[in-house]
Design a protein around this ligand. Structure first.
Ligand SMILES: O=C(CO)[C@@H](O)[C@H](O)COP(=O)(O)O
Length: 234
């Protein structure tokens, strides 16, 4: 990886991490963001347990994709590094991963429930419910826990890169959301949306037991922003 590419990726990953507390998605040092450079075969991730307000580009850690070895950085990488690595290895289209403990998304994860599609706000970004994983087994927790957390996400999406593109996030049961995107910034955007739709869903479900909205409405909204016919934005 050239020095220029490394510095650009570090800056992008730093800004993406700082966006988490700014968006109200982080308490203390919870959560982490990474971004990958596939050509160089590495990703850059937040160090473990460093307060966001003290985080600098130099604190970030560079990790080799194929074996998880730290290749640059003086601090220990995020405890969730192996989960990020597993997602990068399974889904070639993703360039950034975000993990948060945002309140409403975690509420669904702790209830072990998918976030259902209840309206167009959700359908604009997620082409279907944001699914919740099954429980990890005792064996999966005892050995390679963080990598197995990635595996359970990958298995939930049948290892299908196309599905990972259409549903760019999952809830890990009793833990929290992992989201991803074309880059680090996009993965944070998806974390923000995941939290917002979880919040709206809790309010909606408190008011009424709703049926899913018509598929044609959801499809219309998803395809306004994605695919060959997209026309949202400038
Ligand atoms: O899942 C957890 C804790 O349950 C982690 O996401 C921490 O919230 C952040 O850990 P580091 O990235 O600082 O190691």
């Amino acid at each position: 990886m050239s020095v220029h590419v490394r510095d650009v990726l570090r800056q992008e990953v730093l800004e993406a991490n700082l966006a988490i507390p700014r968006a109200g998605l982080a308490t203390l040092t919870w959560g982490n963001v990474s971004g990958v450079d596939r050509e160089a075969g590495v990703f850059v991730i937040k160090p473990s347990g460093v307060p966001y307000e003290e985080l600098k580009a130099d604190d970030l850690v560079t990790v080799r994709l194929f074996d998880g070895a730290v290749v640059d950085g003086r601090l220990r990488p995020s405890t969730d590094t192996e989960t990020h690595r597993c997602l990068y290895l399974a889904f070639p289209s993703i360039g950034g991963v975000t993990h948060t403990h945002s309140t409403h998304a975690v509420a669904f994860a702790q209830a072990r429930r998918d976030i259902p599609v209840l309206g167009t706000t959700h359908a604009d970004t997620f082409n279907g419910p944001i699914p919740c994983t099954p429980d990890l087994t005792a064996e999966q927790c005892a050995k390679d826990y963080e990598y197995n957390t990635g595996r359970i996400i990958v298995d939930l999406l049948d290892g299908d890169d196309e599905r990972a593109r259409e549903v760019p996030g999952v809830l890990v049961a009793n833990h929290g959301p992992f989201t991803w995107g074309a880059g680090a910034r996009k993965s944070v955007e998806h974390a923000i949306i995941c939290e917002a739709v979880a919040d709206m869903a809790i309010h909606t479900l408190a008011l009424a037991a709703t049926a899913p909205p018509p598929r044609h409405l959801l499809y219309r909204h998803y395809t306004r922003k994605h695919g060959p016919g997209a026309y949202y934005g400038n």
